[in-house]
Design a protein around this ligand. Structure first.
Ligand code: ASP
Ligand code: MG
Length: 320
């Protein structure tokens, strides 16, 4: 039977009503005869809230204790989701990071996964259970709880997909994919059908905070197709794979007020994009301070602030 991993982010599991939507998605896929491993984040803003409370107690809370505290957020979600799935007539079991066999180094608050012992997860899948794993956490060699850094549940999901040899890793959130630009900055960016790991890494390094950085690296290393979809609609999302195609400019990001980056494999192999950039810059009286190229990215720092109207113009002219 095929195995798939589904990860639901904090806004997707924020309350009981949202958990119902999540449960429906899970059940539909389970009924399609799949082994399902679900990874969940803490509910809504719970992690922020716990950090705030700890910082009210201490200016510099102990990192080990912070990991004990923050890991609770994810655990609450696993239990609630398992309770609901059981109520709906589906056998589900919640597992903490350590119960799921996720072993890490001892770098509290930014621990790295060292290995995953699948014994328990496989036993539960064998019994036909839906396995719900707490994201963002593991255990070190001295049985201390560790966490992976903000947004780290994505990494749990992709790492589990890698060791389970899952068909795909689905990352569900309140956005349904990767866009040609930030929808908060320009008026109608388009959703990409697919993008490569390499392009995704460039996007993250330019500040597009879509996925936890490490999860894309793990996906690339172990060849896990990552699909980002919305929890709240059935639109096709964006698939992240190894496939690289020379497809011109795919996405544009404004990292800070005067730096824009255009991402797309092979983008700097012709002068076409650069010429267009210079033309638009010229027309808008923007002076270039610095340009950087990689095979997949052109980044330009201007001497002036790039207003969102100009970003819009770049987007219109550069992205097909
Ligand atoms: N709950 C953690 C955070 O808010 C981890 C995650 O959501 O991925 O950063
Ligand atoms: Mg996230």
């Amino acid at each position: 039977m095929d195995t798939i991993v589904l990860k639901f982010g904090g806004s997707s599991v924020a309350d009981n009503e949202k958990l119902q939507t999540v449960a429906k998605k899970i059940i539909k896929l389970y009924d399609d005869e799949k082994n399902i491993v679900v990874v969940v984040s803490a509910q809504g803003k719970m992690t922020d809230e716990l950090i705030k409370q700890a910082e009210e107690l201490s200016l510099k809370p102990n990192k080990r204790e912070m990991d004990v505290l923050l890991s609770v957020g994810e655990q609450i979600t696993t239990a609630k989701l398992a309770i609901l799935l059981n109520y709906l007539g589906y056998d589900a079991i919640s597992l903490t990071g350590w119960q799921a066999g996720i072993h890490t180094n001892s770098d509290n608050q930014k621990a790295k996964i060292e290995n995953i012992d699948l014994t328990r997860i496989e036993q539960e899948l064998e019994k036909g259970k839906i396995v719900v794993v707490a994201g963002f956490q593991g255990i070190d060699e001295n049985n201390n709880i560790t966490t992976f850094g903000r947004g780290g549940s994505d990494t749990t999901a992709v790492a589990l997909s890698a060791v389970l040899k899952a068909q795909k890793c689905y990352i569900y959130s309140d956005v349904d994919g990767i866009y040609t630009a930030d929808p908060n900055k320009i008026s109608n960016p388009k959703k990409l059908k697919n993008i490569s790991y390499e392009e995704m890494k460039e996007l993250s390094s330019e500040g597009a905070k879509v996925l936890h950085d490490r999860c894309v690296e793990i996906g690339e290393k172990y060849n896990v197709p990552i699909v980002t979809e919305s929890t709240f609609n059935n639109n096709p999302g964006t698939e992240i794979t190894r496939k690289l195609e020379n497809s011109g400019a795919k996405s544009i990001v404004k990292k800070d007020v005067s730096r824009i980056s255009i991402i797309g494999y092979g983008i700097s192999s012709t002068d076409e994009i650069l010429e267009k950039i210079l033309k638009i810059a010229n027309k808008n009286g923007l002076e270039i301070f610095n340009i950087d190229f990689t095979k997949t990215k052109i980044s330009i720092v201007f001497k002036e602030i790039v207003k969102n109207e100009i970003l819009e113009e770049f987007h219109k002219e550069l992205i097909k």
